[in-house]
Design a protein around this ligand. Sequence first.
Ligand code: UDP
Length: 467
Amino acid sequence: METHIAILPSPGMGHLIPLTELAHQLLLHRRLFITFIIPTATGSPIKPQNDILNAMPENISSIFLPPVSLNDIPEDSALETRISLTLTRSLPALRQTLTELTRDSVRKKPSALVVDVFGPLSFEIAKEFHIPAYLFCTVSAMTLVSFFQIPILDQKYACEYKDLPEPVRLPGCVPVRGSDMIEPVQDKTNEAYLQMVEMTKMYSLAEGILVNSFLELEPGPFKAMEEGDWCKPEIYSVGPLIRAGSENRTGEGFECLKWLDKQDVGSVLFVSFGSGGTLSQMQLNELAFGLEQSGQRFLWVIKSPHQKSNASYFNAKSHLDPFGFLPDGFLARIKDRGLVVSCWAPQVEILSHGSTGGFLTHCGWNSILESLVCGVPMIAWPLFAEQKMNSVLLTDGLGVAHRVKVDGNGVVGRDEISKFVKSLIEGEDGRKMRSKMSELKGLGAMALSQDGSSTRSLLNVAQKWCE
Ligand code: UDP
């Protein structure tokens, strides 16, 4: 009988997408049944979620847990608090689902429960069923090191991270300014901080941790985890796992690929802030003027403005029609060299298109890996979660991105934007970063090749599950 694996993605496309890709990779190497058990706080699944789940092969099925309510918590609760609560409140339904799966004569009891970075909250339940719990780290190895270090740093520093006079030296990682550490630790008075300290302590309870990165990209953090006594679980580097582009290039959202077909090779800057990133109205204006001023070609995925930088995280939607928020006459002025797309675009297909020469990104880890696999250099514009730390890796660590500077008003100005866009697409800096990116692309492909480091790691862990 085939081995059965259960996967529990926490809310957010940035968690679901790499976990589904992990499932695809596992099926390439082993005969398995995989069940996605999906907690939700939004009611019915959102379209990009449905598109991905509907395209799964028949050995992968999904069960949506009953939606939980978050109506009793303040509107301005931290994103991490909302995600953690969704998971915590879904635990009874997870227990019920595992009971049913365990009784199912076809699928039988899962041999492993695979969860993502918020998943340790479910370890207790896995233990009740004697199912080994594995963590799939949807962020960089450097961020994983920071997770392990958070409880240790909590004991070491009493002040806020932003007030530290020296950069934080995480084992094996490039130094990080305190203010660039992950967002939920930035305010120690917020409940999200305590939740993070408690959750990261649970990382040591995982049977193993699969990381969506590869040894050759982040040798320092992987070595530090192998050698440090603070890292108990076995670490498996299995990346870069990114969603494969769609063969079917028709339908909503794919029109922009036809537009890209008509542009010169490497001439277009792709601008996107991920599934949930949002800008303020003032920032949206500056970005529009900066792109216009740069004189370069661009493809911009836009959402309506919001004061919160992650306002679309749970639904990947634009709250209002975004086009009405652009400066007067903007679309008419840029129509010969720019295209603006509302809300969601086929990112992997865009990054792998020959006309795309640069990516202005919010530095979500999936976006970074997708850019890397396609060899596209970046402008780093981090917004929330661990994105600032990712941008430090890209700039100081790997030298494949420029990071924008936010001024005293919390805004990146049009002159700065225009300068970076020009430099990335047609400047000497852009050429150097492109060449470095192409080296990393080669290393990434090698890690996933038949005898590559990530393939070997994935086979090792899959072997454990199938024993
Ligand atoms: N994505 C996409 N089209 C969009 C926005 C996002 O396909 O218009 C995909 C993107 O390719 C990536 C994921 O959504 O796989 C976003 O994950 P990431 O970690 O980059 O950022 P998050 O959205 O979690 O902040």
